[in-house]
Design a binder for this molecule. Structure first.
Ligand SMILES: Nc1ncnc2c1ncn2[C@@H]1O[C@H](COP(=O)(O)OP(=O)(O)OP(=O)(O)O)[C@@H](O)[C@H]1O
Ligand SMILES: [Mg+2]
Length: 217
């Protein structure tokens, strides 16, 4: 397959509540785009860098510690700042496609809409940590919350997953609220029973954005 080049680097983010399929579908789309000849970088949040992985341990693994929504927001943004600087911006400058499993919308929704940190405060910090980098396309995978949480029953929940069901319902509403405000950037894909059926819709949305920026010839 001939290499395909883009007019500019593209940042595509996967978002949505717990267990909606972000990791599954972001991995599948990376393989699909690479097969088509695109140069793709895959990363995840929090994490994706050495310091980001250490912050991930604090944010997700330590289930017993209390972290206020404000401190939580700043920790996520610290992890994000590092990821943008060392992974995302260099890849975008090289004209690659960057696919991330969660990004800045997760903070708006988890710490802002559901956690109560003022949205304007998140915007302020975010403008520093992102430094102008913004997603070109966001895929929100929408799942019925009880279906998503049921999938975790079989293993130990992390700190975020352990929050009350009302919190997770708010997270889902938060994503739909963001999507309604930014229909140009955010597509909502309802998760179907079969992964392949969901992936068809994901693929269609992503391809439309990618083809728009693909150089012809
Ligand atoms: N559309 C789908 N239909 C049915 N099952 C799915 C679908 N998408 C993903 N799954 C399954 O749901 C589970 C959770 O998927 P995945 O780990 O990709 O979700 P996630 O959003 O990354 O979760 P987490 O919030 O834990 O990171 C996996 O077992 C996966 O195989
Ligand atoms: Mg995941």
């Amino acid at each position: 397959m001939a290499k395909k080049t883009l007019k500019k680097g593209l940042l595509i983010t996967f978002e949505g509540p717990e267990r909606c399929g972000k990791s599954t579908h972001s991995k599948k789309i990376v393989l699909f785009l690479r097969k088509k000849g695109y140069s793709v970088v895959h990363t995840r949040e929090p994490g994706g860098t050495a310091v980001g992985d250490a912050i991930r341990e604090v944010l997700l693994k330590k289930r017993k510690i209390f972290i206020s929504p404000l401190a939580e927001m700043l920790l996520f943004e610290a992890s994000r700042a590092e990821l943008v600087k060392s992974v995302i911006r260099p890849a975008l400058r090289a004209g690659k496609i960057v696919i991330t499993d969660r990004f800045n919308d997760a903070t708006m929704v988890y710490q802002g809409y559901a956690g109560g940190v003022p949205i304007k405060d998140i915007r302020k910090v975010e403008s520093v940590s992102l430094g102008g980098v913004r997603p070109d396309l966001t895929v929100v995978l929408d799942i019925d919350i009880s279906r998503g949480l049921r999938k975790i029953k079989t293993r130990l929940k992390d700190r975020m997953e352990s929050k009350k069901i009302s919190f997770h319902r708010k997270v889902r509403r938060g994503y739909l609220w963001l999507a309604a405000k930014d229909k140009k950037r955010i597509i909502v894909v309802k998760t179907e029973k079969r992964i392949e059926d969901t992936f068809l819709a994901v693929k269609e949305g992503v391809l439309r954005a990618v083809q728009k920026y693909t150089r012809s010839g």
